[in-house]
Design a protein around this ligand. Structure first.
Ligand code: GAR
Length: 213
């Protein structure tokens, strides 16, 4: 069974989906720890309720960003994590960190990458008049939101939508698909080799599973 560590900064609804998927047996893995860069993250309450140890690393406690990431890396090594899952972790990881754990870090991002990397993806998509938005699950490398794509899910944006409607639609997809991708990784079905994502030994298309051109 694989050891999973989840990095969060806030609400932790994706963390909750993973906790539930471990409990139901969908993910054959164990969330060994939750790490947050925000002491007030509600996800820490979720971890506590599920009996998962948590650790807080706040930027103000470290002289440099590098030093903070190194402290997190030591903690992850101590846990002997096989998989690092970023779930709303709103802090850019240093290249030293991403290289150290290459092929073992997953991220979820609320857009159809490569469109709308970075922040405020919903507002930017709606301002641009997009008729669809979505989420991307990808391996993490040193380029922000730039690692190989594993799976994307699209949702419509309707003319009458408020931003909350689109957020709810995207998050529903996140909660459905992040546990699935983590289950693949824990079952040794999903791998990253030379910066490319493979499922069951087959190279995934550039936009991820099910998006053959
Ligand atoms: C998620 O919607 C995730 O896509 C986004 O933060 C949210 C966290 O929600 N991540 C990013 O924007 C990363 N660039 P949660 O704390 O309820 O899981």
């Amino acid at each position: 069974m694989k050891n999973i560590v989840v990095l969060i900064s806030g609400e932790g609804s994706n963390l909750q989906a993973m906790i539930d998927a471990c409990a139901s047996g969908q993910i054959s893995g164990k969330i060994c720890a939750v790490i947050s860069n925000n002491a007030d993250a509600y996800g820490l309450v979720r971890a506590k309720k599920a009996g998962i140890p948590s650790f807080v690393f706040e930027r103000k406690a470290y002289e440099t960003h590098q030093a903070m990431d190194q402290a997190i890396a030591y903690q992850i090594d101590a846990i002997e994590a096989d998989l690092i899952v970023l779930a709303g972790y709103m802090n850019i990881l240093t290249p030293a960190f991403t290289q150290r754990f290459a092929g073992k870090i997953l991220n979820i991002h609320p857009s159809l990458l490569p469109k709308y990397s970075g922040l405020d993806t919903y507002q930017r998509a709606m301002t641009d008049g997009e008729t669809e938005h979505g989420m991307t699950i990808h391996f993490v490398n040193e380029i922000v939101d730039g690692g190989s794509i594993i799976l994307q899910a699209k949702v419509p944006i309707f003319p009458e939508d408020e931003i909350e409607d689109v957020i709810a639609r995207v998050q529903e997809q996140e909660h459905r698909y992040y546990p699935l991708v983590i289950a693949w990784f824990c079952a040794d079905r999903l791998k990253e080799v030379d910066g490319k994502a493979y499922l069951d030994g087959k190279l995934l298309p550039p936009q991820g599973y099910g998006n053959e051109e």
